[in-house]
Ligand binder design. Structure first.
Ligand code: BG6
Length: 467
């Protein structure tokens, strides 16, 4: 058997994309709650507070808040060993800087974790997944060092409250998105310059390192991982200029796991900062904090690979943009223009395992696309099964042939949820269909797609039966 016996098969979601109930039980506003819906062509907008008449997908989403028992029961039916979810920070500290936590928010997640355990599911919790309390804007969000203390207060509260119920934690979702989408990554304005972004990232690194130490102090059983947004690219050709451009592009993202897995900034990044006049807001003791707070494991999302080369343009390289100016002619693309490259998953697993030699986990992967509900209610998503099968095969090769230490696999949007990138519902990833449209209309009924039964078999056979 390729996968270890305790392999964590499961699925993943994020609170702001599934919970809805955006002001229920004392929840405060988060950065996600002021993002309007968009689509593949119209980007999402950030409004100044909640503006009447705008469509904010996080406000209702799929109402997982009201349906979590039903949803977790369905995950249990598929045989999930783990459920990756996030705690919505603004349910616990509605303004971010409150002195006391909101008991109703804490009680909600108690109920969620109890439900998971009832079904034999180990929760894997992201502490901050694309939502920062909006109240922290008055400090400048993550550009301010003060926010580290508010985050740690939140961490201390949940590590203590859920001791014994949760042992797997991730600090910041796709932390490298601070370079590309700083609002989503941490409430930093989208037009912020590189100095501001790097300051915010620095504060998140410190916060994560301290959270790792805190989690270990509160419960030595805790395992804390980092979460990298899967940006991987190939050089456009063997022209050394393409190879160099690609390496520079990769480094704009790879320095994030370098810091979090090794405990210090890599030399190439420090040299780049020097050349560009970027100064880290370092204080005495920070270096020790980073070194003492390296993560227990590295988790990441993997959807696609990119191509980068000498014509990518400095802007694309500087911010690690998805738009590198090249399309890989050797692989297919989804209707949303994401390349489908299962081999890239094996490539990335080897890249990381060679680089850090710590356990890895794929906490997001999947095909976001249109689904059709047949007259009898069935959904034949063989395209999704094909996508997942090929990616599981690639993980299998990495484990069996390359010896990568892989802990688990939680495909994204295991139940249909709102897209983070576009705010659409019709870009669906789930094994479970939810009857809601882009405007938030529908019955909110759940139904099993063909992939539901397929994934159940995959889990039951520990990844041996992929037919
Ligand atoms: C990852 C995020 O970038 O990709 C998720 O962590 C997101 O929050 C997922 O939903 C898929 O992207 P999208 O834009 O299709 O929702």
């Amino acid at each position: 058997m390729a996968f270890p016996k305790n392999f964590l098969w499961g699925g993943a979601t994020a609170a702001n994309q599934c919970e809805g109930a955006y002001l229920t039980d004392g929840k405060g506003l988060s950065t996600a709650d002021v993002m309007t819906a968009g689509d593949a062509k119209t980007p999402r907008r950030i409004t100044d507070g909640v503006v009447a008449g705008e469509n904010y997908p996080s406000h209702t989403a799929i109402d997982h808040y009201g349906h979590f028992k039903e949803d977790i029961a369905l995950f249990g039916e598929m045989g999930f060993k783990t459920y990756r979810m996030s705690i919505n920070w603004s349910r616990i500290f509605p303004n971010g800087d409150d002195v006391e936590p909101n008991e109703a928010g804490l009680a909600h997640y108690d109920a969620v974790f109890d439900e998971c355990h009832k079904h034999g599911i180990e929760p894997l919790v992201t502490l901050s997944h694309y939502e920062t309390p909006l109240g922290l804007q008055k400090y400048g969000s993550w550009t301010s060092r003060e926010v580290i203390e508010f985050f740690l207060n939140y961490c201390r509260t949940v590590f203590t409250r859920y001791k014994g119920k949760v042992k797997y934690w991730l600090t910041f979702n796709e932390i490298n998105c601070m370079s590309m989408m700083p609002w989503m990554a941490g409430g930093v304005q989208v037009d912020a310059d590189e100095q501001t972004r790097m300051t915010a990232a620095y504060h998140q690194f410190l916060a994560s390192a301290r959270a790792v130490q805190l989690a270990h102090e509160i419960d030595p059983e805790n395992k804390v991982g980092m979460m990298y947004g899967g940006m991987f690219s190939y050089p456009n050709s063997c022209d050394p200029a393409d190879v160099q451009a690609n390496e520079e592009f990769m480094r704009t993202n790879l320095f994030y796991p370098d810091v979090m897995c090794r405990g210090y900034y890599p030399a190439y990044k420090l040299k780049e900062f020097e050349r560009r006049g970027i100064v880290l807001p370092e204080q005495p003791g920070d270096k020790d904090t980073l070194r003492a707070g390296t993560v227990d494991f590295l988790s990441y999302s993997y959807y696609f690979t990119m191509v980068c080369g000498k014509n990518s343009g400095q802007a694309a390289i500087d911010c690690g943009s998805v738009n590198t100016g090249y399309t890989n002619p050797y692989v297919e693309q989804t209707p949303w223009g994401w390349s489908i490259d299962p081999y890239g998953l094996r490539y990335s697993l080897n890249l990381f395992y060679d680089r850090y030699q710590i356990p890895l986990m794929i906490v997001e992967n999947g095909l976001g696309t249109y689904d059709t509900v047949e007259a009898d209610g069935s959904i034949h998503d063989d395209y999704r099964i094909d996508y997942l099968r090929e990616h599981i095969k690639a993980m299998k090769d990495a484990v069996e042939l390359d010896g990568v230490d892989l802990m688990g696999y939680t495909p994204w949007g295991c139940i249909d949820i709102v897209s983070a990138g576009t705010g659409e519902m019709k870009k669906r990833y789930g094994f479970i269909y939810v009857d809601v449209d882009d405007e938030g209309n529908g019955t909110f009924d759940r139904s099993r797609k063909d992939s539901f039964y397929w994934y159940k078999k995959v889990i039951a056979s520990n990844g041996e039966d992929l037919d």
